[in-house]
Ligand binder design. Structure first.
Ligand code: ZN
Length: 273
């Protein structure tokens, strides 16, 4: 499976488009590929114009525009989803599925997604068809006590960290990186980790996510920021994608194995059971 945008990549897009979108009035929908609309209120082309953007947020790995009159426009990034605000006359990239005019600014909100595992939701009021009620804790905001409670399960730690219903926003890259920084063997049982390890992991998750946000994400395959620039955190990865290379801490060869149905990268010495 190709790496997909995770929390740092979604957060980077949110931060880059927030300034241009906050307070903006959505105008005409110039283009919509209707099969990328995933439920929620239908008739997006008719219903979107005339709504003002109040706030731009991230929920898990998704980009959310809070609109006035109790509406929300949500972008799921899937594998290749990309949200941007560009001059209206800018060349339209391939696989652009939504173009919305921003009134009075000569700019457009655009969404593209070549693999189409992402999608768009236009939500009305309490409509939860985007599944936000099922999302777990945000790892940047989650306290240590909450984290300990979530880990008190007889499951492999890697599988648990990937479970969006428990912790929302981590994917394969940042799971492997956080486990590496905390010195934890990825198939280890979550409820059997020493309390000190849990504390280290809690800190490692925040540190790796914050460092990745500062680096505007990891461009390993196709991810680009909203400004169409590459992220740079891929240069600082310790284990993800480095199987066969030397561990930066101890020189042991990084291994790759299957854990929780996903490729897992780890140092067998620094992360032994
Ligand atoms: Zn090592």
């Amino acid at each position: 499976m190709l790496p997909m945008p995770e929390l740092p990549e979604a957060e980077t897009m949110v931060r880059q488009i927030r300034k241009q979108l906050q307070g903006a009035m959505l105008g005409q929908v110039r283009h919509l590929r209707s099969d990328v609309v995933r439920g929620g209120a239908g008739g997006l082309t008719e219903r979107l114009p005339g709504h003002r953007v109040l706030e731009v947020l991230r929920r898990g790995k998704r980009v959310v525009l809070d609109l006035d009159k109790n509406m929300r426009l949500v972008f799921g990034l899937g594998m290749t989803g990309h949200v941007s605000v560009v001059p209206a006359e800018a060349e339209v990239a391939g696989h652009t599925h939504l173009r919305v005019v921003l009134e009075g600014s000569r700019q457009e909100l655009r969404f593209r997604d070549s693999r189409r595992f992402g999608g768009i939701w236009l939500l009305d009021g309490a409509d939860d068809s985007a599944g936000f009620a099922r999302l777990g804790a945000d790892p940047l905001e989650m306290g240590l006590r909450t984290f300990r409670r979530l880990l008190d399960r007889p499951r492999q730690i890697k599988a648990l960290l990937l479970d969006q219903a428990l912790i929302a926003g981590l994917g394969n890259i940042y799971c492997d990186e956080a486990l590496s920084r905390a010195g934890i063997y990825p198939p280890a049982r979550a409820d059997q980790l020493h309390p000190d390890r849990v504390k280290r992991l809690h800190r490692a998750i925040k540190q790796v996510l914050e460092a990745a946000i500062a680096a505007e994400g990891s461009t390993i395959n196709s991810y680009l920021t909203s400004r169409n620039e590459r992220g740079s955190f891929q240069k600082r990865l310790r284990v993800y994608g480095r199987h066969g290379a030397d561990c930066r801490q101890c020189g042991t060869t990084i291994e790759r194995a299957q854990t929780a149905g996903r490729s897992t990268h780890f140092c067998p010495k620094c992360q032994s059971l």
